[in-house]
Write a protein of this length. Sequence first.
Length: 202
Amino acid sequence: MAKDKVKEAPEDGAEDGDGEDASAKKKLPLKMLIIAGAAAVLVLGGGGTAAFIFLKPKPAATGEAGADHGKKAEKKKEKKGGHGGGKEEAKTIGVVAEGPNGVTYYTLPDIVVNMQTPDGKATFLKLKLTFELPDEDMVDQLEENNPRLQDMFQTFLRELRPDDLAGSQGSYQLRMEILRRVNLLLAPAKINAVLIEEMLIN
């Protein structure tokens, strides 16, 4: 009897082992099905997205080009004549204002540069400049040359020391030097004057 029980015990254990193997075999295909299903969703989703992006109908090229050309022509009309409000809306860099006797004022965005000091201390110069222009047509030229103007301001103003700007003589010389440099850059066109609206040294 005892031998039978001993024999039965390993058989039960063997059955348990076989049961574990069977359940492991059942779990393996389930895992594989989940992985395969996820991969299929990714492939189909990616393929559908790619098809949507690359195969969607393109708008008529001539219609868009014609519309763009029409918009550009309208902007040019607004710039040259017509209403004064269109001019300011088209500009994005500076602020344009009308002055007396046909003069136009063009205010640049604030200019901030790091100045040289004898002791090496960080000192900053902030300038707000307005150009007095002979006519409104000069605004377009200033807008087109804005990168060159910014480069000129950075290279010239960084070489100044705070002592160079002391007193009314310093600000007068600064105005004259900026006027000279801007007129060289815009030649043969010329601006009338450079007005310093704000000058802060920190």
